[in-house]
Design a protein around this ligand. Structure first.
Ligand code: 7PV
Length: 279
């Protein structure tokens, strides 16, 4: 099965792992920026580690629909102190959610093990930087850009176009010298997709396995849950857990979530069930 290697660490992905969302942004869509202060972010780090998170995804730039860009300096000022704090925990894996090469470089120097780029390393210098850093990289599909991606998402064949985009990005990265084993793929729920596109994507996740790479998915508390259930962002736990379990059943290896404790419990029930098949 798949495993991630970063420095002298190895993470087995033989069963799904939980990636905890740590937003260090004042305008995060889900937590109303409550973690915009260093202290709150560190409290959240401690909480999700206690709850069983395997990876922390630390982000200083909100990429929710309508979000605007943040400067390199501002992004660094937000994320570096939190990465340094989290890196004190020996066993936790740390992912930096960024598209900027400078942030990637300083985040890895501060202790990050994985790069998570919602723009699939399309920024100038990003492929070279990620290749030189030689850490696992998540390449995600987004149609358009956060400011406008939800204005009118349209596809002829959503899953095929996502597979084609990711294949192109993978080929480009490998051609630049990145080991294919460093790559994680992600269809980008909510990044330029309608409600129908998101559910078709969830249903057809197995089609991503043709790429023989680990799959990361992030649907936690997103509009595909909220719009379907007509629920506010703080009432989307049950829907998010249902989506996470469907994704795990469909073979996703990394689940990016807000609600760690609940997702870990749900995954434990699922993994126990699957384990019984191998006895
Ligand atoms: N690899 C990876 N990284 C991620 N980082 C984020 S931040 C979420 C931004 C957002 C919020 C809300 C909606 S919506 N309109 O669907 O509710 C869309 C995007 N997400 C992901 C994801 O999925 N993968």
């Amino acid at each position: 099965m798949f495993e991630l290697k970063s420095g002298d660490k190895t993470l087995s992905l033989s069963s799904p792992v939980v990636m905890a969302i740590i937003n260090v942004t004042p305008d995060s869509f889900s937590d109303g920026g409550q973690f915009s202060t260093f202290e709150n972010a560190c409290k959240q780090v401690d909480k999700v580690i206690e709850e069983g998170a395997t990876i922390l995804d630390i982000g200083g730039e909100s990429t929710r629909p309508g979000a605007t860009d943040v400067s390199v300096e501002e992004e660094l000022a937000r994320v570096i102190p939190v990465i340094e704090y989290a890196a004190k925990h020996p066993d936790i894996w740390i992912s930096i959610d960024t598209s900027k090469p400078e942030v990637m470089e300083k985040a890895v120097a501060a202790g990050a093990h994985i790069i998570n780029d919602v723009r699939a390393l399309q920024a100038p210098g990003a492929v070279a930087m990620a290749t030189n850093l030689d850490v696992p990289v998540c390449l995600m599909h987004m149609q358009g850009k956060p400011e406008t991606m939800q204005d009118n998402p349209s596809y002829d064949n959503v899953i095929q176009q996502i597979v084609d985009f990711l294949s192109l990005r993978i080929d480009y990265c490998v051609a630049a010298g990145m080991p294919r084993e460093n790559i994680i793929i992600d269809p980008g729920f909510g990044f330029g997709k309608t409600l129908a596109h998101n559910y078709e994507l969830l249903a057809k996740l197995p089609e991503l396995h043709s790429m023989h790479l680990p799959v990361l998915i992030g649907l936690s508390r997103k509009s595909m849950i909220g719009d379907l259930l007509q629920r506010n962002v703080d009432e989307r736990l049950a829907g998010s857990l249902a989506g996470a379990m469907i994704a795990a059943q469909q073979g996703a290896q990394i689940l990016r979530v807000h609600d760690v404790k609940e997702t870990v419990d749900a995954l434990t029930v699922m993994s126990a069930t699957m384990a019984s098949l191998h006895q």
